[in-house]
Design a protein around this ligand. Sequence first.
Ligand SMILES: Nc1ncnc2c1ncn2[C@@H]1O[C@H](COP(=O)(O)OP(=O)(O)OP(=O)(O)O)[C@@H](O)[C@H]1O
Ligand SMILES: [Mg+2]
Length: 602
Amino acid sequence: MIEQSPVKVAFSPLIPYMKPYQKKLALVFALIVGVVVVDLIQPWLVKEVLDRYVTVSSPDSSGIFRMTVLYLGLVLLSFGLTWYQDMVLQKTGLSIVRAIRIDLFRHIQGLALRYFDKNTPGRIITNVVSDTEALNNLFTQFLANSLRGIFTLVLIMFFMLRLNIAIALYCFLLLPLVLFMAAFFQKKIRAINSEVRHRLGLLIGFLAENLSGMAIVQIFHQEQKQQKRFDERNKSLLQSTILENQWFLLFFNITELLGDLAIAALIWFAGKGVIEGSLSFGVLYAFVGYIRRFFQPINTISQQLNPLQSAIVASDRISRTFMEIPEIKEVDGAKAPLVAGGITLDGVALSYRPGYPVLHDINLVIEPGEQVGFVGETGAGKSSIMNLVTRFYDVTSGSVVIDGKDIRQWPLEKLRRAVGIVQQDVTLFSGSIIDNIRFFQPHISEDRVREACRLVGAEPFILRQPLGYNTILSERATTLSAGERQLLSFARVLIFDPRVLILDEATACLDSATERVLQNAIQRVSLGRTLLVIAHRLSTVQQMDRICVLSEVRIVEQGSHDELLLQRGEYWKLHQSGMLLDEAARASLCEQTGIACNTARG
Ligand SMILES: Nc1ncnc2c1ncn2[C@@H]1O[C@H](COP(=O)(O)OP(=O)(O)OP(=O)(O)O)[C@@H](O)[C@H]1O
Ligand SMILES: [Mg+2]
């Protein structure tokens, strides 16, 4: 690969987004040039005043007044131009970052679930929020300051040479020294800065983990210990931040000192020239002004290495995210068949990681309207089958066919409308209950939402909430019980009226009474739908037309409840082991053992 310059790497994701702002950028460039020129004319102007009107035999006060007004005008102009330039630049930078963020989010939303297995939410959040911010800094700090710095330096050198070539050349001797020093300090500061960010990351990570796991921390009574660990992280962050500040101040003060020394040397040597009359006082004054301004841009430019460094890392991460190809892709011109709900799994295998099959040689034909239950021990691959039917993951081999068409040939949107799933882990969003159920689609009427809630038996508890359907849920809906969340999620799926309905442990968290309500609801809503139900409880699956038993990556048994019990195979074993206790069996067990078995799960 051809080695690219760091600046090019940093700017690469920005370039396409900069195109629409070409005119704005040209304006910014012109404004920067304007500001620099206006700034640097000022010492020259003072020199003119001194040489023409002050240090002459007959000083001219009206001339001084005119020049003072001009000087004031320049100062105000510089102020105005700088303000305008900053404003245009900030606005352009923020618009570009906004566009990148929107595209990033769109791209990430289109990625397959496998991407989210590999990347933690923390990493993705950093990518969308901070990495784009680093690009903004690249734009508003690096670009503007470097341009301004370089242009200032060139112009100062020009002015100095115009004033006095010999003194100018002496001054330029300082340049390598200052550059060397800036390089040394920046290297040091950059290393410390990266440590600061690393430690900040640790602190944030620790905090995030603790906040989401607060219940565990409290139940294990670890508050003191966690506080101590938090203190340690805070302290180490503080130490490195202080160190960074110390080095920065040292650098800043040394450059200032160097500037002062240069001025002292200048006054010493050039002062003689003024006394001897070979140099005007105005020129000396102007040189003092320019040397002061000479160090500023070098400082500024060397400080830009930090935003540049962050931007390179950020750009790399953003480009990588953009390069992630959605693994679940829609083929061109995909058309959905007439949806009836017939599903065929033909020699299906799935490995989340190469070499570790989770499903192998699964063959299953499900008729439209059939009700199929899935049972098997934890980790047997039940949810994984549903991941394939919903096309959250693609099969490693074989095919999933719905209504005569391989689901890879379906338009994704149509497929996801046809197949509804109530997942094991319920996700709700911050917003009202009603909006969660209709998924923020206001065109879905309130009546329809209520109907779905009544159907699944969710209405009684919703009406108990402070504002009923309009009660606002927090991000993870922690104010609701697990069973209540499941009911909401069930109602949410029904709103979209899917032909194929998948319930993955949808009754696991419900008490027996609510489960019965839901059982009835399932019977009602299953009319005209294909139903796939995963359950650990026998009561949930025993009425299904067929039950599939999964074990060690395969379907090992199929048949109705009675047939399977007669076979005395895996299903019978599960049944015996108590994993699939039905209500009657549980009640009799409770009676026999005298243990209160109110907790529903077997
Ligand atoms: N996204 C994933 N990436 C990698 N491995 C996974 C992923 N999801 C599941 N697995 C693995 O695949 C196997 C089957 O998981 P699956 O979720 O299908 O089990 P399950 O039968 O639904 O179990 P449970 O009854 O506990 O819900 C497990 O060994 C699990 O560790
Ligand atoms: Mg599961």
